[in-house]
Design a binder for this molecule. Structure first.
Ligand code: GDD
Length: 350
């Protein structure tokens, strides 16, 4: 990587290209004829960064640049060098759980980096269209269900507070300077490329390995009652692109409109594996027992609870459906089946 590919077609810059969404979006944009450059953050090895691009067959088809987006001068050079028509700003500290341990770093990655990009666009590249990866997590202890673009934010994590700041900054640059800046308020979205620090990938990996006899101990989870609106990342990156093709800039919720609990997600995964589960007990004493073996395969560990939890998130994506003609195509049981199949391959079981 490091070389530019293609000499025509619009230019897109994806910050955080090695993330789940970065890989799906790069694939979509390449199919549409874009020239794609992506940023990587300094540090880390190529091995644990490039696997998603390799899985999607994209290694060698995109240009990559290592850059610290919290450094304003580096951001200025980046945009001058690549002169993108569209910037998709996906790079962020994305784990809500770990943001409680590194709040300042989370704020810099999520809020300061966004401000740097907006400021360079304002001063040097005002025709560049800008997408900011906002999130349902900003709603926090939401005053209403479902949540729309108009719902008040009551963030409940350092991650969410930083995302609210970046979201508001993006809106401000649209209002104050007339720039084409949009916020995509995406509800949880998963795929076979999801990292195991997130609950869906952790559950799929845990139960696939359990069934194959690769795990002795039960899988420990945090809050089983937390409810999320889960969709497929491949559907959500289509929405990102559509937001930047619209006539004017605005903010859009992307969501399935349905919620499931973490417990439901465990049960769906067990179904996909033809495992029969029995839930027993309550609170921190709740367990799932595999009926065929009589063994406990899921327990609750309060150490995995967050200092402040977001109970239920459910999105209303009417605006995106009406104005962008966006609809999700993959439902949660299909998504779980997709994740289970990919995990079996990853574990050498299929
Ligand atoms: N990670 C994790 N691990 N979460 C657990 C666990 C566990 O063992 N047990 C229960 N949970 C619960 C969490 O408490 C949370 O309520 C829910 O599962 C989902 O957690 P995550 O998968 O970590 O995702 P998230 O909702 O906190 O955040 C994700 O979605 C946001 C909205 O799109 C991330 O992708 C964020 O970056 C994103 O903004």
């Amino acid at each position: 990587m490091g070389e530019k590919f293609g000499t025509s077609g619009p230019r897109a810059l994806i910050t955080g290209i090695t993330s789940q969404d970065g890989a799906y979006l790069a694939s979509l944009l390449l199919d549409k004829g874009y020239r794609v450059t992506g940023t990587l953050r300094p540090g880390g090895t190529m091995l644990n960064r490039a696997w998603r691009l390799e899985t999607m067959g994209l290694a060698g088809r995109v240009t990559t640049v290592t850059v610290d987006l919290t450094d304003a001068r580096a951001v200025s050079w980046l945009l001058d060098d690549h002169a993108p028509d569209e910037v998709y700003h996906l790079s962020a500290h994305s784990s809500v759980h770990s943001s409680f341990h590194i709040p300042a770093e989370t704020f810099a990655s999520n809020a300061v980096a966004t401000t740097n990009l907006l400021e360079v666009i304002r001063t040097r590249h005002p025709r560049t269209r800008f997408y900011h990866a906002s999130t349902s997590e900003m709603f926090g202890e939401a005053p209403e269900v479902p949540q729309t673009e108009k719902t008040l934010f009551r963030p409940r994590s350092p991650y969410a507070v930083a995302k609210v700041a970046a979201h508001q900054m993006t809106t401000l640059y649209r209002i104050a300077y007339g720039l084409f800046c949009v916020n995509g308020i995406l509800f949880n979205h998963e795929s076979p490329l999801r990292g195991p620090e997130f609950v869906t990938a952790k559950i799929v990996r845990g139960l696939v390995r359990w069934q194959a006899g690769l795990e002795d101990a039960p899988m420990a989870l945090g809050r089983l009652d937390a409810r999320r609106d889960w969709g497929f990342a491949g559907d959500y990156v289509r929405g990102m692109w559509s937001m930047l093709q619209a006539e004017g800039p605005d903010d859009y919720v992307l969501a399935s409109g349905r919620t499931w609990s973490v417990r439901d997600f465990v049960s769906l995964t067990a179904n996909a594996l033809d495992m029969r589960l029995l839930w027993q007990g309550e609170g921190v004493g709740e367990v799932a027992i595999e009926l065929d073996s009589g063994r406990t395969c899921v327990t609750v560990d309060p150490a995995l609870f967050r200092p402040a939890e977001v109970g239920e998130l459910r999105g209303d994506s009417s605006r995106a459906r009406e104005r962008l003609d966006w609809t999700p195509r993959v439902d949660l049981p299909e998504l779980v089946a997709m994740m289970v199949a990919a995990e079996k391959v990853r574990q050498g079981l299929a």
